[in-house]
Each structure stands twice: as structure tokens, then as C-alpha cells.
Design a protein around this ligand. Structure first.
Ligand SMILES: Nc1ncnc2c1ncn2[C@@H]1O[C@H](COP(=O)(O)OP(=O)(O)OP(=O)(O)O)[C@@H](O)[C@H]1O
Ligand SMILES: [Mg+2]
Length: 349
């Protein structure tokens, strides 16, 4: 069968995926559960790699992946499908040429939606941010995960159809903590049907490897950016702000503009201010004023990316540094513990 729906992804891992000890360990845990027939749920704050890991685990299963993203507007029909008009079948029987018999059969026409297609065809369902859908929209999952049956409503309210769930069907879920805006409290019965792996911020080694892979910066510079961003968390707002995404943005701007991760480099200082100050302001300035936050960012730059005393940092002659070769890893350095990552410039953060 050829899957042409836009939500069906081929099982091809991304080329810049970074696999450190931490990532391999979480992947192996999740794969173990999925292969034992238990759906897995990655839960954690923004930017800890839930979606990336869910797709990575799904790709390991080597089945087409059906991707769904939770939405407050979803009803059950957005998962299961809906009746879309009627199908008319006409049978003309003129076996005996003098007699013409016509039979009309009008039946409701059902159009599958993503969950139904995944159940019928045995796809791997990745339901990203599933708690952004209202709990009642996700009810169909209860019998899918427990009894292996998808119940399809019939236009006649007294009847239902059942779709047996294909044995290759698996489901991987992600969610943000319930205190996040727009996240619903999912029903306990659904949580009981999956194994939840709580993810926290990446370790420094993984974060550095990701930033390096996603920007093309050298390992040493990626590490400087990561240390600065990590240091800003307790000072400016907490683990779910200034995530690896902030570090990736800063690193990509440096790589693109030939700037240096050192105090005194105007591009570096400006992008740190924009990204870190902006992120703090996004949720109320952490009880500080914008001016104080800017000063704290400047202080963090001085502490974690000090420039050589008394001179401005050297700027690269060409604006883009895509041709730079990352410096070889030193023993015990972050790159020692990660797979080589594709250095190509990523399309998005
Ligand atoms: N193993 C990895 N290799 C390469 N990049 C990664 C890896 N894990 C995460 N990233 C990158 O880190 C960023 C955050 O990851 P991701 O989007 O998966 O987080 P999330 O937990 O799903 O966040 P949110 O809750 O905001 O959706 C992304 O830019 C992603 O591409
Ligand atoms: Mg995500």
C-alpha cells in the first residue's frame, strides 16, 4: 500500500540527529516498551527533545509513521473520521435481454481519519502534544490501546462498527506539563494505558552536540554558547525557558555572520540580548525589569564568554562560516560521547 497522506512520514531518521549516551539510553528504554506492546509517552517541559525523540523511536520501528498534533479544536471525528455523504451503487441485471432489473443501494460513505488509517494499516502513530486536544476527543484511544479495537460511530446511534487494530500498530505520545497554557488534564484511564518517560533538560554533553550539529560551530564555541544559556536558566527564568532552542539560535547566528562567542563581539552580544532577554520577557520578566534583565545577560556573557583582556575579538573575514571545519575533539570532550552529526545547515530550529 502507498501512503500518500501529508501526515504520513517515511521512516527516515533526520541526518542531523545527535545520539549521545543520554539519547541512546532514553531511546532504548522507549523502544523496549513499544516492542513489548506498551505505548510510550514522553512528558516534559518545552525544548527537552520530546518530539524529536518520539520521531526517532518511531523511525526505529521501520513502519510508516502517522503524525498527529493535538489541537483544542479537535473532536473525535478528527481522529476517527466522519460520514461524508452517501455512496450509491446501481446494479443493472439484463441477463435476459427482454427483462431489465435495476437495484439501487444507497449506503453512508465513511472517510477514515488519521487514527483509523493508522489502526487499519498498522502504522506507527506519533501523537505529539496529545493533551492539547480535549480529553473527550481522545476517547477513541481507550479501546484502541486496551482492547485493540477502534469503535467507529454509526449514523444509526444504536449501532457501532469496529475496526480491529492491526498487530503492527504502535503509538508514541508527547505532552507538556499540565500547567502550560492550552494543555488539558488527560483522563487517568488514558495515562494508565501508556508508559510515561519524564524528560528533563538535556545534559551539557548532549546539548553541546545538538548545538554543534545544528549550527556548524566548532565544539568549543558550541560549548561556550551552551554554558551561557544553561547559566541563564536559574538566573532568568527556569528550566523550561532558555532551552536548547535558544542556544541553537545564538549559535546559528554566530555561524551565519562569522561572529565569535566572546564578550565584546557586537553580533554575539546583540543576539544573546535579543534571545535571552526576549525569552525572559515572554513570561513576565521573572519579577525583574527589562533593564535589570539586560544587565544580567551582559554579566552572564562576561562570566561565561570572557573576551581576551584588552582587545576586541577577531571577526572572521567572510560573513558565513559554513566552510569551517570543527576542531578535532579533545579527550573527554563532549564530542567524544556523541556520534558525528551532519554539519549541514538546518532548515529550522
Ligand atoms: N537528538 C537530537 N538531535 C538533534 N537535534 C535535537 C535532538 N533533540 C532535540 N533536538 C533539537 O532541539 C530542539 C528541541 O527539541 P524538540 O522540538 O524535540 O523539543 P520538545 O520537547 O518537543 O519541545 P516542545 O515541548 O516545545 O514541543 C529542536 O530544535 C530539535 O531539533
Ligand atoms: Mg515538541
Amino acid at each position: 500500500m502507498v501512503y500518500t497522506g501529508s501526515a504520513v512520514v517515511k521512516p527516515a531518521p533526520r541526518s542531523d540527529f545527535v545520539e549521545t549516551g543520554y539519547v541512546s539510553q532514553v531511546t532504548a528504554r522507549a523502544l523496549g516498551y513499544v516492542q513489548a506492546g506498551c505505548p510510550v509517552h514522553f512528558r516534559g517541559p518545552s525544548g527537552v527533545g520530546k518530539t524529536t525523540l518520539a520521531l526517532h523511536v518511531a523511525h526505529q520501528l521501520d513502519r510508516p509513521v502517522m503524525l498527529m498534533v493535538g489541537d483544542d479544536e479537535f473532536g473525535s471525528s478528527d481522529l476517527i473520521g466522519r460520514q461524508a455523504g452517501y455512496r450509491r451503487k446501481r446494479v443493472v441485471d439484463n441477463f435476459i435481454h427482454s427483462v431489465r432489473k435495476t437495484e439501487d443501494d444507497v449506503a453512508p460513505r465513511w472517510v477514515d481519519n488519521r487514527l483509523t488509517t493508522a489502526c487499519r494499516e498498522g502504522l506507527t502513530l506519533v501523537y505529539d502534544e496529545f493533551t492539547r486536544s480535549r480529553p473527550e476527543a481522545n476517547n477513541a484511544l481507550l479501546s484502541v490501546l486496551e482492547e485493540g479495537l477502534l469503535i467507529i460511530p454509526s449514523p444509526n446511534r444504536d449501532e457501532s462498527d469496529y475496526v480491529p487494530v492491526h498487530p503492527d500498530f504502535t503509538a508514541i505520545f508527547t505532552s507538556n506539563p499540565v500547567e502550560y497554557a492550552g494543555v488539558h488534564q488527560a483522563q487517568d484511564a488514558l495515562f494508565e494505558r501508556m508508559v510515561t518517560i519524564d524528560l528533563e533538560s538535556f545534559d551539557e554533553v548532549t546539548e553541546t552536540a545538538i548545538v554543534q550539529a545544528r549550527s556548524g560551530l566548532s565544539e568549543a564555541e558550541a560549548l561556550t554558547v551552551v554554558r551561557l544559556v544553561r547559566a541563564s536558566r536559574p538566573v532568568l527564568g527556569g528550566a523550561d525557558r532558555h532551552t536548547v532552542r535558544s542556544a541553537i539560535v545564538i549559535a546559528r547566528v554566530l555561524a551565519q555572520q562569522g561572529a565569535v562567542a566572546q564578550a565584546g563581539d557586537p553580533v554575539f552580544e546583540q543576539v544573546c540580548q535579543d534571545v535571552l532577554t526576549g525569552e525572559t520577557g515572554r513570561r513576565g520578566w521573572n519579577g525583574l525589569t527589562p533593564q535589570v534583565v539586560r544587565e544580567q545577560v551582559q554579566e552572564l556573557i562576561g562570566q561565561h564568554a570572557p573576551g581576551p583582556a584588552g582587545r576586541r575579538p577577531a571577526r572572521a573575514s567572510s560573513p558565513a562560516r559554513k566552510d569551517r571545519v570543527p576542531s578535532p575533539a579533545s579527550p573527554g570532550s563532549p564530542a567524544d560521547q556523541s556520534s558525528p552529526a551532519d554539519q549541514s545547515s538546518p532548515a529550522r530550529v
